[in-house]
Write a protein that binds this ligand. Structure first.
Ligand SMILES: *Cc1c(COP(=O)(O)O)cnc(C)c1O
Length: 396
């Protein structure tokens, strides 16, 4: 059955993904089932999206109530789920105001527009350059692709949106070299996700904050992957005691429904007046009620504390595995955002794990990334680590 579906897909779907030959049909917590009834443990969670597990019944219940009540009205009107969600996001973060949209790229677009508009409103139209980091990932739209620090993502799409410069991550001197009075913002992932779970070196982010303060430059944190509890704090900036001026969220925000958010302090938010920016679907009651439910569920079930415990447990087990297998070069990350660079290619490892019923992921050719649902249990981690042990034996 799945072979026919896969053949059909390859005829009609744009070939923008190299898909694995698996058709998923059902999910619950950290488990997925394919169309042949085979079971998998999911350590990818839709790439850090389904933080509260697949088809979470509490969220499904909220969504289905909302779906029969009110799905969508224009943002020309108020709706209660959107108001409550924005209140909760403001109460849980540094921010004063929230703009809701539908994806990570859109959230970053909004952040880029806000930073430039802030200086435009001050009459400083030359101040429009945004500095980002090499190996960063900010999205696939024109502006966010232009902001992204990876050539392979931009190849073939020139001309790009002007006004972006990249510097090596964790290099303060290189950053200082690019600072002048044309720079309006520095945009960073506090921990680089697609770049390979690259962590900031000590004091890097606080030094960046100091540079921003000194030169009146906005600091934008792209927390699309690191946010919503993934790293063992609700937002990764809390690990580093560095408060950004703007933060973007998406991925896990509504546990799998499409939602993005751009949050900012009042000082900068005031640059977005009526008509400055918009989104038809942004913060629609259906999705907003799901996102609100996500935040409530995390509190009610102490998900962040669980994520911290599981992150520590998982990291320790992987460190033990590293002792045994010399191809594992490092185990790094925060909470349940873990990267494991290998001295060998990662693709065969991912394929073997998939055959054995475990979904993991490889980025940048040789870095295994684990971003399981935050509700993952010790026995599930044990099972994956046993599987990895076998797989590394097979390839050595
Ligand atoms: C996934 C991701 C994005 C892009 O989000 P989309 O919803 O795919 O547009 C941007 N930034 C980071 C850090 C991401 O991980």
């Amino acid at each position: 059955m799945s072979t026919a579906h896969i053949q059909q897909a390859d005829n009609v779907i744009m070939q923008t993904y190299n898909r694995y030959p698996v058709v998923f049909e059902k999910g619950s917590e950290c488990t997925l089932w394919d169309s042949n009834g085979k079971m998998y443990k999911d350590f990818l969670a839709g790439i850090a999206v389904c933080n509260l597990g697949h088809a979470n019944p509490v969220i499904a219940q909220k969504m289905s109530q909302q779906a029969v009540n009110l799905v969508h009205v224009s943002n020309l009107f108020y709706t209660v789920p959107q108001i409550k969600l924005c209140q909760k996001l403001v109460d849980s973060s540094f921010a004063d105001r929230v703009f809701l949209c539908n994806s990570g790229a859109e959230a970053n677009e909004a952040a880029i527009k806000l930073a430039r508009k802030y200086y435009y409103d001050l009459g400083n139209t030359k101040r429009n350059v945004i500095i980002t980091a090499r190996q960063s990932f900010h999205g696939r739209t024109y502006a966010t692709m232009s902001a992204t620090g990876q050539d392979k993502i931009k190849k073939g799409f020139q001309p790009l949106v002007p006004g972006f410069k990249t510097v090596p991550f964790n290099d303060i001197d290189a950053l200082l070299d690019e600072i002048d009075d044309t720079v309006c913002a520095i945009m960073l992932e506090p921990i680089q996700g697609e770049g390979g779970v690259c962590c900031p070196s000590e004091n890097y982010l606080s030094q960046v904050r100091q540079i921003c303060d000194h030169h009146n430059i906005l600091l934008i944190f792209d927390e699309i992957q690191t946010g919503m509890g993934r790293t063992g704090k609700l937002f990764a900036y809390e690990h580093f005691d560095v408060i950004p001026d703007i933060m973007t969220l998406a991925k896990a925000l509504a546990n799998g429904l499409p939602m993005g958010a751009m949050l900012s302090t009042e000082k900068f938010a005031s640059a977005f007046g009526p008509g400055a920016h918009a989104s038809t679907f942004g913060g629609t009651p259906l999705v907003a009620s799901a996102a609100l439910c996500v935040l409530e569920y995390m509190e009610d079930n102490q998900i962040i504390a669980h994520c911290q415990r599981m992150g520590q447990y998982f990291t320790k087990k992987l460190m033990t595995l590293k002792e045994k297998h010399s191809c594992i070069m490092e185990v790094r990350g925060y909470g349940l955002m873990i990267g494991m660079p290998l001295s060998i290619k990662g693709a065969p490892i991912v394929n073997k794990c998939l055959n054995k019923g475990f979904v993991i992921n490889c980025i940048q050719d040789n870095i295994i990334r684990f971003v399981p649902p935050l509700i993952v249990q010790e026995n599930e981690i044990d099972a994956l680590v046993d599987c990895l042990d076998t797989v590394f034996q097979e390839v050595s």
